[in-house]
Design a protein around this ligand. Structure first.
Ligand SMILES: O=P(O)(O)OC[C@H]1O[C@@H](O)[C@H](O)[C@@H](O)[C@@H]1O
Length: 308
């Protein structure tokens, strides 16, 4: 690791530590007001804890399979350049390529207001396996802004000479005190594809509660979603840019038992709210162009009349 980057990392209370996930390093940042972890494997934010609060992101004791395409992607895994199964080739891994490769730390610093800044990069030219699996050249960047709440700014540049077909998600596993009482607001009236019901299209009426057995792609969704958590007494306000879809996912009891990357009861403690462009909201990045997808999470205390 570059000595200059290491010094800059130290200046923001950061260090690099070996991690068991594919034996790939992890960045730890410890500040008076928060601590955070970012895995270089998959280039994702793993944990974000505001001092005195529970983690905003879900953690599991399950280590998952340590194979390249084994799952274990809690936190904010990046699903790119395809969301879900690959439409043309069943042998390709689910949810694209970005979460299965090692990202590179390229910049560390602070924003003007003092928030910590970490920038990671993944380029197809650095990974022959990517070049074998997908016939486009690209460079991805993620800028993590960590302070009061956090934001992830993901950008994809198409370095090919042809338009690049994209469906994508920042697949955030939000930690909740109890998925049955957690409630998601902001999707009232929005059409969604219910993947747990043969892909039927439905319309959301009111809020989403309980947050259980959900596999829904909300199309042309609003840019703000709110997750209210009665048990942890907090409200997470999630605002996005560059995303047309919001995906909700919680496997529910039966599916959770079948999975080998989580404990049977883990589904009770998370709901994924994904900032996405999926299904009908898939799009193309023209040759030489780029696209940004970002979201910000702010934490507020839950008022007693939360459900009103
Ligand atoms: O197990 P994975 O590949 O991380 O995916 C988890 C879930 O992610 C969701 O985004 C998909 O809509 C689900 O269908 C999928 O099961």
């Amino acid at each position: 690791m570059d000595a200059q980057l290491m010094r800059e990392l130290e200046e923001i209370g950061g260090e690099i530590r070996p991690n068991s996930l594919r034996e790939c390093d992890e960045i730890l940042i410890d500040q008076p007001s928060f601590s955070a972890r970012i895995a270089l494997w998959g280039g994702h934010l793993v944990s974000f804890i505001q001092t005195g609060q529970e983690d905003l992101l879900f953690q599991s004791d399950n280590e998952g399979a340590q194979t390249r395409f084994g799952r274990r992607h809690f936190g904010v895994p990046v699903c790119w350049p395809w969301f879900g199964a690959n439409a043309e080739d069943d042998d390709l891994p689910a949810h694209g390529l970005a979460r299965y490769f090692r990202w590179q730390l390229v910049e560390v610093g602070r924003f003007k207001n003092g928030d910590a800044k970490i920038v990671l990069r993944l380029a197809s030219e650095d990974h022959p396996l990517i070049e074998e699996m997908w016939p486009y050249a690209f460079e991805l960047r993620q800028v993590f802004r960590l302070g009061e709440g956090f934001s992830v700014n993901f950008s994809a540049a198409n370095l090919s000479d042809k338009a690049m077909p994209i469906s994508e998600a920042l697949h955030t596993y939000f930690r909740v005190g109890d998925n049955k009482t957690a409630e998601i607001k902001g999707l009232d009236g929005v059409q969604y594809v219910d993947k747990f019901d043969d892909g039927n299209k439905k319309q959301q009426i009111g809020s989403v509660q309980p947050c259980e057995e959900l596999d829904r792609v909300y199309l042309n969704a609003p840019q703000e979603t709110v997750l209210e958590d009665l048990v942890l007494q907090r409200k997470l306000v999630i605002s996005s840019e560059g995303a047309q879809s919001t995906v909700l996912w919680n496997p529910g009891e039966a599916l959770a038992k079948l999975r080998t990357d989580m404990e049977d009861e883990d589904y009770r403690q998370f709901v994924c709210i994904e900032t996405a462009n999926a299904l009908d909201n898939a799009y193309k990045i023209p040759a030489g162009d780029m696209h940004q997808l970002r979201f910000t999470v702010k934490v507020e205390p839950l008022k007693n009349n939360a459900s009103s």
